[in-house]
Design a protein around this ligand. Sequence first.
Ligand code: ATP
Ligand code: MG
Ligand code: FE
Length: 335
Amino acid sequence: LTILAIETSCDETSVAVVRNGREVLANTISTQIALHEQYGGVVPEIASRMHVEKINLVIKEALKTAGLALDDIDVVGVTYGPGLVGALLVGVMAAKSIAFAKSKPLVGVHHIEGHIAANYIAHPELEPPFLCLVVSGGHTHLVHVKDYTTYEIMGRTRDDAAGEAYDKVARAMSLSYPGGPKIDKLAKEGNKEAIKFPRAMQDGSYDFSFSGLKSAVLNYINGCKMKDEPINVADVAAAFQASVTDVLVGKTLQLAEEKNIPKIALAGGVAANQGLREAMQKACDEKGKKLYYPELILCTDNAAMIGCAAYYEYLKGTRADMSLNAVPNLPIGGR
Ligand code: ATP
Ligand code: MG
Ligand code: FE
């Protein structure tokens, strides 16, 4: 079963061709990062317009890479939420057009369920149930993945997402968007003990909070500036990253132990973070848990993960029709 998958929820125009859920024949990604960089973040109106400009080219390119024509496709899958409404609409309209013109079934996919599914592509042997830490630009969730299409959210951020905190702290350090990878790199050269930033929500709950940490870092940076003291950006990056990973790793392992879940997966853009991967691996080794995470290109936005999630939804019987619309705040498991 061959799926053509489309992802346009934020600033990546991506189209993939995925066979039987886990075999990626093409995963074409056109990123708009350079365009948004000058504004310090994603500008929704520019994102929508760029998706419109690129979508047909990216569809063609993906089919060419896969060596297939539209007639060879069995199912069309598309991200319909959550995300920027104007950006989502471009992908949804393209998917509906193809499904209508070629009389193919259409499956709407939840973007975050796609991020989780990236792990199935990276690990052909991985099957639910497992516990997934979703850490992306807009979400921080601890999700119990009960089967391929059943999700229970066990914890979530009360304010900023982990990726959002990375990007905002990076901006305060004059690093360009997206800040996550840059802080990750700087952190390797810094001393994480040099500055003590807070660890939030140490109350036994599985919820997260990153806005207090963000403020602590901004206060520290402003304090240095007021006192005309030099800022060691590598130390700030290392101390900030240690605070984020301590909390993420601590809560994930605590929940996995409490629920007796042997498998843990990472998903979303921040799952690309080297410090998080290493800290989580160490903790999992200590507690006898098996850790899964996708390769870097499958952590950030891409359509291959959407094709994988669409496959399992299709098998379950999920179908969309021509009334499919973009849902900017679509809840997980909420179709
Ligand atoms: P969402 O998936 O919640 O809708 P999004 O699609 O914008 O949001 P992703 O593409 O999943 O987010 O991830 C982008 C985020 O990941 C950005 O905030 C970016 O800074 C962060 N990120 C990417 N690489 C790294 C890294 N190595 N370390 C930390 N953060 C990273
Ligand atoms: Mg992006
Ligand atoms: Fe994403």
